[in-house]
Design a protein around this ligand. Structure first.
Ligand SMILES: [Fe+2]
Ligand SMILES: [Fe+2]
Length: 294
């Protein structure tokens, strides 16, 4: 079994210290194979905010945890226009990770996992994300070097699909059709993202007619005080052979508490949610007709 902890949208500068401490405690307790952080480390990409994010990462790494991170749109300066266009990710590269396309192969028990992150944040837009053709070629090259039996996990800040934002629907990623084609041909298994501060998990075929057969896992904000209709949360993702278990861990008054895990397995090229005892869950199944009164 391979265990990932998926955090997103930490937003240092608009964060809650007690949630940060609680996240660190849970990381220690869970002993994941990898901590994935899908962007928005800071609120406004200021140096003091990056220093706080860096201190968090240092504490996590010093306790022996591997971390894979990608930047988010909030990690590019917004109001400092010169820095935004001339050196947008200099601070991110200094304080978080010099690599903008990190790759980590989890050995773990079983097949492990191949986890690749790409940067979707751009200076030219305030909020929208993009994966360009150079990045698509790099993703292809990287995953094609991995044994087919190893689950492939792609991490971005922006979701590939249009998803609820709390006050409407977000935009799909720019260049979506090329990205979907790449995901389909490579057989990418899991797509991990954040940005909307809303947690969810479902098969990609639920979003687009053309099924790409990837399990789309969105993380909420783990530690930001700016929530959008739901409490802070993060995901625990366990890959075990043909099944993936996703546990949403949500903030409940004084601590993070586990929700009921969702078990998925692949059937006919898509991820199907299993109910208790491995029985397939049928969405919106018709209820049994009420018995006529005796
Ligand atoms: Fe965010
Ligand atoms: Fe974002």
């Amino acid at each position: 079994m391979t265990k990932l902890i998926h955090l997103s949208d930490l937003h240092f500068g608009a964060h809650d210290d007690k949630l940060v401490a609680a996240v660190e405690t849970r990381i220690d307790d869970e002993e994941p194979d990898l901590v994935v952080i899908s962007g928005d480390f800071t609120q406004r990409a200021r140096t003091d905010q990056f220093e706080q994010a860096c201190a968090f990462l240092t504490r996590v790494r010093d306790r022996g945890h591997d971390v894979l991170a990608v930047p988010g749109n909030h990690d590019i300066p917004l109001y400092d226009v010169l820095r935004r266009f001339l050196s947008p990710l200099t601070r991110y590269r200094k304080y978080i990770d010099d690599t903008l396309c990190p790759f980590h192969q989890v050995a773990g028990a079983g097949a492990g996992a191949a986890v690749l992150g790409v940067n979707t944040a751009r200076s030219a837009t305030f909020k929208d994300g993009k994966i360009n053709h150079e990045q698509i070629a790099f993703i292809r090259e990287t995953f094609e070097s991995v044994d087919l039996a190893v689950p492939r996990v792609l991490v971005t800040h922006h979701p590939i699909f249009a998803l609820p934002t709390g006050d409407g629907m977000g935009k799909p990623i720019d260049n979506q059709s090329d990205v979907l084609e790449m995901i389909g041909t490579l057989g990418v298994d899991l797509l991990l993202a954040g940005h909307n501060h809303r947690a969810s998990h479902q098969d990609s075929a639920d979003f687009v007619t053309k099924s790409t057969g990837a399990l789309v896992i969105q993380a909420g904000t783990a530690t930001s005080t700016r929530v959008r209709g739901e409490h802070q949360s993060f995901n625990i993702i366990e890959l075990d052979g043909e099944t993936v278990k996703v546990t949403l861990v949500g903030w409940k008054e004084v601590d993070f508490k586990n929700g009921d895990p969702a078990h998925f397995t692949r059937q006919d090229g898509r991820w199907v949610l299993l109910g208790e005892h491995g029985v397939e869950h049928v969405p919106n199944a018709p209820k049994e007709p009420a018995k006529p009164a005796a």
